[in-house]
Design a protein around this ligand. Structure first.
Ligand code: HEM
Length: 527
């Protein structure tokens, strides 16, 4: 619909007329109202006040982590089975049941540490967050591109992020602070070997894997549960950058990965990932040398083969960066029937943190926004009002009844899908203890040995360049850890730093650190 200004428009000019939010036409958008041509300005000018004061509020707090990102849309298509085995044997989640069933998705890829306009070529984990708009409500799978994480207990998250972010004095990111923290955090070794290898700088968002990282559960129709880990594998292949490649990209552009994603989608080259799931019986697996709820560990693929469950295609870009990328809100608590949490101590903490920050960052009614609402499910709640309340639920019953229970035509509870779920029975004393079987070095060493020669060279070079900026005590402790990870890594980084095994011989394990028999033997060997 067009409207033509009564003043100032040339005859035949049918462009729409500028108004303010109250619907008042704007006759002059160039000059404030003033007393005489040279001022002073008047303060009753609603049009000017509305324009400026809205501008003053254009920014919301950026995400405390993952501030820079790009969102795209598409669909997830289920395979329904692996060979002859139907997925329903393990989960009753509707989106997985039928072969070919499609579910709308929104995906946000991101970097973690930098601000909203920072470089997308930084060495940093990448976020890989998927919102499935299922007919049973939304499911968010909030993952990263590296299969493990720095820490295994949510209480340490603010510390690891403070160490990685710029310092609170001069706002500079400092390797000395990063490795100070990591040197006291042996469970970070597996993540560090990944992050400082070329995998730590993905070439772009289309050429990277995704991982749920934390352990979740699947629940089947009888209420039986299994532990699961999720993997996304790109059909485009995996590509990474060295420090030099990244510097060259960054010199020309800070947002190359967003550009690459949107350009590919616009030219019809729709990126695709396959979703695979690893499974374990739902118990603590004393036979394993790690705890299945430890997110610093991967599950060996020969024992727990990843099974393909579907594919995801991204075929649409956003139309509005702020509405769809800034305000989109993911959380690990957002699950549908047939999917569940595990007792993974990171996952439980994350699940509180996401919706907590979104109520602050976006507002208490963030779930009413188009990008966040459960658009393919029916929503009827008794939640009411609050700041920026927009949507009055289309109430199925008596609109006066916004409470439950009621016999006056209010909403009712749904029937529970099964009698009860069958997880393990948990018993224990309330305590503060690290999990048994921390085994912080074994998988980090295995990962190192899997790297190709040039990747090892790159890893060692990166470690030496950054750890050399840390205090001597931190350097020595890092060499000590690396010798426990893999002799060659410890010797090579040590050589670069001028620290030999003899220099770190006298170091005691960290307070409360659990070492395996194999770790102790390695230490004895140093002597
Ligand atoms: C974003 C907390 C661990 C993946 C965020 C945000 C917070 C947060 C507060 C900002 C959310 C927002 O403003 O909307 C935590 C805590 C963790 C944790 C407390 C540990 C206890 C992890 C791990 C992963 C991860 C292990 C990967 C598996 C992500 C992703 C985003 C994110 C992908 C960005 C989501 C988006 O694109 O909007 N996290 N996080 N986080 N986190 Fe975590």
């Amino acid at each position: 619909m067009t409207d033509v200004a009564s003043q100032g428009s040339a005859p035949g000019d049918d462009r729409p007329v500028l108004t303010n939010r109250q619907g008042h036409k704007v006759y002059d958008n160039q000059n404030q109202r003033t007393v005489g041509a040279r001022g002073p300005a008047t303060l009753e000018n609603y049009q000017f006040l509305e324009k400026i004061s809205h501008f003053d509020r254009e920014r919301i707090p950026e995400r405390v982590v993952h501030a820079r990102g790009a969102t795209a849309y598409g669909y997830f298509e289920s395979y329904g089975a692996w060979g002859q085995e139907p997925v329903s044997r393990y989960t009753r989640a509707k989106l997985f049941q039928e072969r070919g069933k499609r579910t709308d998705v929104a995906v946000r890829f991101s970097t973690v540490i930098g601000g909203r306009d920072s470089s997308e070529a930084a060495r940093d984990p990448r976020g890989f967050a998927v919102k499935f708009y299922t007919e049973e409500g939304n499911w968010d799978l909030v993952g990263n591109n590296l299969a493990v994480f720095f820490i295994r207990d949510a209480i340490k998250f603010p510390d690891v992020i403070h160490a990685l972010k710029p310092d609170p004095v001069s706002h500079e990111q400092k390797p000395a602070r990063i490795f100070d923290f990591m040197s006291q955090t042996p469970e970070s070794m597996h993540m560090l070997v990944n992050l400082f290898s070329p995998r730590g700088i993905p070439a772009d968002y289309r050429h990277m894997q995704g991982f749920g990282v934390n352990t979740y559960k699947w629940v089947n129709g009888e209420g039986k549960t299994v532990l699961v880990k999720y993997h996304w594998m790109p059909k485009q292949g995996v590509r990474s950058m060295t420090e030099e490649d990244a510097a060259a990209v960054q010199a020309g552009e800070l947002g190359h990965a967003t550009h690459d994603l949107y350009e590919a989608i616009r030219r019809g080259d729709h990126p695709e990932w396959e979703l695979l799931v690893q499974m374990m019986d739902d118990h603590d697996h004393p036979e394993l040398d790690f705890d299945p709820l430890d997110d610093t560990k991967t599950w060996p693929e020969q024992d727990f083969p990843p099974r393909p469950v579907g594919r995801m295609v991204l075929d649409r870009t956003v139309e509005n960066y702020f509405a769809e990328n800034e305000q989109i809100s993911f959380g690990t608590g957002v699950l549908v029937d047939g999917l569940d949490f595990s007792d993974d101590k990171m996952l439980v903490g994350r699940t509180f943190s996401y919706s907590d920050t979104q109520r602050y960052r976006v507002g208490p009614n963030y779930l009413q926004l188009p990008v966040n609402r459960a658009k393919n499910a029916t929503v009827h709640t008794n939640q009411r009002d609050g700041m920026m309340a927009y949507e009055q639920d289309p109430h199925a019953g008596n609109p006066e009844v916004n409470y439950e229970p009621s016999v006056m035509g209010g909403l009712r509870e749904s029937r529970y899908p099964t009698t009860d779920d069958e997880g393990p029975v948990i018993q224990g004393r309330v305590t503060r203890k690290r999990i048994p079987r921390t085994n912080d070095y074994l998988q980090a060493g295995q990962r190192y040995r899997l790297l190709e020669e040039w990747e090892r060279d790159d890893l060692v070079k990166n470690f030496v360049a950054l750890i050399s900026q840390a205090e001597r005590a931190v350097q020595e402790r890092m060499v000590w850890h690396f010798l426990l990870v893999e002799n060659e890594l410890g010797l090579r980084v040590g050589e670069g730093l001028g620290i030999g095994p003899g220099d770190v011989l006298g170091l005691e394990p960290l307070a409360g650190q659990d070492l395996t028999e194999e770790d102790r033997e390695r230490l004895a060997h140093l002597g």
